[in-house]
Design a protein around this ligand. Sequence first.
Ligand code: GDG
Length: 481
Amino acid sequence: MTEADPTAHRQYDFVVVSNRLPVDSTLDDNGEQVWTQSPGGLVAALEPVMKQHDGAWVGWPGRADLDLEPFDADGMRLVPVGLSEDDVENYYEGFSNDTLWPLYHDVIAVPSFFREWWDAYKRVNRRFAERTAEVAAFGAIVWVQDYQLQLVPKLLRDARPDLTIGFFNHIPFPSYGLFSQLPWRTHIIDGLLGADVVGFQRDADSGNFTQAVRRLKGFATKGQHIAIPAVDGLPSRTVIARKFPISIDSTYYRNTAQREDVRARAREIRADLGNPKTIMLGVDRLDYTKGIRHRLLAYGELLSEGRIKPEDVVLVQVASPSRERVKSYQDLRDEVEVTVGRINGDSAAIGHQAISYHHHSYPREEMVALYLAADVMLVTALRDGMNLVAKEYVASRFDNDGVLILSEFAGAADELKRAVLVNPHDIDGLKDAMIAAIDMSPHERAQRMRSLRRRVFEDDVEKWSSGFLNALDVHSLASEQ
Ligand code: GDG
């Protein structure tokens, strides 16, 4: 980028704001910076909308101390927000991942409340809002993503009342009893109420949010509508809070699964595992919310009780590395890996591993091959906003086979009702569900899978993004009248 770049000060009618840009900055073997597209579902969901609306994306490029000018990639304008090492430690790893994340996931891990972290959260949210205000055209639509940026809607509205602002929370919103522990709870609510539409994954999340609004602000709420009274010369307005369950690009998963090379790879995976009768699969970021320990406990007990044999059943667990500098994640990794080692030591037979464990990330095609190879998919989250893995598994099973075991505490359980639903805290129940899945008749498997697939193809990610943007549009038209 040179100073003469004519696009340097352009403004955009549609701006997405998320903690991370949809590309990762990495260093190649020569120490040169290269950009790779991050494979996340959000990029797939928003890329078409970005292209259609001539959009810009504001976010952190993923490495500390990078000071970059805006640039174009894949037809999108990317607007980097720089974070110092201190910001990464206090705003991202601290307040976002060690305060909000555990608090919003039902305190599965104990949240830490540190005032320095909160100060960093405020500071970085302000920087995101300032950057966004610079690149948003008059009357633009701005869509802010996720819990790291909950103060941005209000900061933006204060600076730019002309904007239409949406916010989507990808993780659960906790019950008032938990949320009220947060020393800065009212600031968070004020921040979110800066948006015109606040979106959540489930009804339960938007219900928790509106309850917090009533308790902390005393504002009247009716269904999805929150009435914000006139204040300081600003007119009264209405905020909409409702669910918009996120989904996946279902067609991509079906098409990839149907590719001959991917199907061949699925057969190869089965052969490499020793052609067991049943392959069970878990795919998760290595995160304490995902219920990996509960899954291993149940599986280990089934083996030690002789209800399953390592010659017949193998569990493949992909645990992709996540938040590796946060202590609770380091502890989880140690615990999971000791447990895997113990189960394999106790139960594996020569040539038949009980658990095939992988602590790394795979390309998307390999994930689809794994989904195709898996007879039983285990999604045992203790709390999860949605869980896209469950939907990806279903979309990949064009053969109408395979059984999904799904935690009732994942948002996906609201839609995927024909999965085998489990309470992952109930280890005996989880064990029985695993046995039921292994023994399920081909007829029942096909019946359930057909119904799950209908749901995942009806409600794909296009429906999610267009549903949210329509709600924003309708809202802004209503406010103009
Ligand atoms: C948050 C909320 C909500 C995983 N390992 C690999 C890999 N993945 C991909 C999966 C899936 C994604 O990562 C994980 O999405 P989840 O929804 O399961 O979970 P979170 O990362 O916790 O996401 C969650 C989501 O936001 C969206 O709103 O559903 O509740 O917590 O797409 O396939 N992808 C590749 N290699 C891997 O090794 N390529």
